[in-house]
Design a protein around this ligand. Structure first.
Ligand code: F0G
Length: 472
């Protein structure tokens, strides 16, 4: 099959030129409604100043998430037609099982409808009261699945992650000194698992080095605890290893990923990211007994073990996407175009988290709007400005998402007021990205006059999705 030949050993001539061209042609298009600022002011008011409540038709450039928003290739669409929808033992399952096994080396594979379903299965089995999970940074659904079952989730990112001035290329790393002492303190019986998230989404989308994975693996072996990779952006992470870690310059992206999988006991993947599909996920493990226990939960919660939460056509698309994502031209374009956006924003004086990560650019809205107090949500002010000025939808990941109230109903703010601009894979062109950069000129011009917001209505949990706001 042609897609099997996509992986190359060396980058091509495209790398020699300054202009990043998309390594694909467009075969099918989806039109964008080019709204006016007047229209957007009305849409935003109707959405109570919460971009989650906008209709997608009201958005020009949607950078809310890189999850499930990829454009599929012609090969993937062809695979969709080949989907075998048999309940048990479908050909499409054989193909997916082969691909995941070939990539990860793990013998037991459980297909799920998305990442959090795999998290639910594994962490409810391993977790419960008294158990502790340790990660570079737990993604919010990971933390929720762990805490929902009464276990504790501890984040121990590398100290470099907090250092704004550090240009450490691997700020996604886990603090291995802390890990060793925590495991010695807690004792292996009380540990659910150590989870290494690559790249570290909640930690600013920063990559994790191979050396860090090697060290985490050795420490987990020493203390006899389970080591799980959250591998949803492992291809993007491999790009950073090849280009920024010594010794990997001539190793292919796929081989780098294979090496990382070889260090862990299992992996969870939301296929909505680096498998380039709109829905899907899996859990893959080495241990037979663990796989059997999880398979029972899979059948109860998702579906029979040869489809889990997926239709045959989904499994075909994932199998093909998992190959395509390691294509050198694709990864080169992907990481460079994210970097292009971040570097240009930085040149304009936008305070971005640096170095730029793989799937998104993160803005420190607290620094952009120092006059807006945290209880007037500088991040929410920025997402509203981005929408109003440019029709761009981004997500606040500051005190709206992570803020809590104390006993006096006073806001305990998040440690940092971030806004994430996540870039869907293979969807937007360089001119879309140039447009976003241009919109930031206006954001900066308006910065001093931008006002904060107050919350007028909020649910008890996960308030950022549905809260209502009004401008101060
Ligand atoms: N792990 C990580 C690191 C993630 O980024 C996500 C999802 C998940 C697990 C859960 O996967 O959505 O398929 O259930 N991240 C999305 C985002 C939602 O916007 O970053 P899922």
């Amino acid at each position: 099959m042609s897609y099997l030949r996509l992986v190359r050993n060396f980058d091509t001539i495209i790398m020699e030129f300054k202009t990043i061209i998309e390594p694909f042609k467009i075969k099918s298009v989806e039109s964008i409604h080019m709204s006016t600022e007047q229209e957007r002011i009305a849409y935003l008011e109707k959405a109570h100043y919460n971009p989650f409540l906008l209709k997608s038709q009201e958005v020009i450039i949607d950078l809310l998430t890189d999850s499930g928003t990829s454009a599929m290739s012609n090969e993937q669409w062809a695979g969709i037609m080949r989907g075998d929808e048999s309940y048990a033992g479908a050909k499409s399952w054989e193909r997916l099982e082969f691909e995941i096994n070939d990539l990860t080396g793990y013998p037991y594979i459980l297909p799920t409808h998305q990442g959090r379903a795999a998290e639910h299965i594994l962490y409810s089995y391993l977790g419960g009261a008294g158990k502790t999970f340790i990660s570079n940074t737990h993604f919010d659904t990971t933390r929720a699945n762990i805490e929902f079952n009464g276990a504790t989730a501890i984040d121990i990112p590398t100290p470099a992650a907090k250092d704004r001035n550090s240009s450490d290329p691997f700020k996604g790393n886990l603090d291995t000194t802390k890990l060793d002492s925590l495991l010695a303190e807690t004792g292996s019986d009380n540990i659910g698992a150590v989870i290494l998230t690559v790249t570290n989404n909640s930690g600013g989308g920063q990559p994790v080095s191979m050396q860090n994975a090697i060290d985490v693996s050795a420490i987990c072996k020493k203390h006899n605890v389970l080591f799980i990779l959250d591998c949803c952006r492992i291809a993007e992470n491999a790009y950073f290893i090849r280009h920024f870690e010594k010794g990997y310059e001539s190793v292919t992206y796929r081989e780098i990923a294979e090496q990382m999988f070889s260090l862990a006991d299992g992996a969870i993947m939301s296929a909505k990211k680096d498998a380039l599909v709109n829905m899907g996920g899996f859990l893959a493990v080495r241990n037979e007994a663990l796989a059997e226990a999880c398979t029972s939960l899979l059948i109860i919660n998702e579906g029979f073990s040869t489809y889990g939460g997926l239709s045959g056509r989904d499994m075909e698309a994932i199998a093909i996407g998992l190959r395509e994502v390691f294509d050198a031209d694709y990864l080169n374009y992907r990481i460079k175009s994210t970097r292009y956006l971040g570097e240009h924003m930085r040149e304009k004086g936008v305070p971005v988290i640096y170095p730029i990560g793989g799937h998104a650019v993160y803005v420190d809205a607290g620094l952009l709007y120092p006059h807006i107090p945290t209880d007037q949500y500088p991040g929410q002010a920025l997402v509203c400005e981005l929408y109003k000025i440019g029709g761009i939808r981004a997500v606040e990941i500051g005190s709206v998402m992570f803020g809590k109230y104390d006993e006096d109903q006073k806001l305990v703010p998040a440690p940092i007021e971030l806004v994430r601009l996540a870039i869907p894979r293979r969807v937007y062109t360089q001119s879309h990205i140039d447009y976003v950069i241009e919109v930031f000129d206006e954001i900066i011009r308006n910065a001093k006059n931008t006002r904060g917001l107050r919350i007028t209505k909020e649910p008890k949990f996960l308030r950022h999705f549905t809260a209502h706001f009004e401008p101060m």
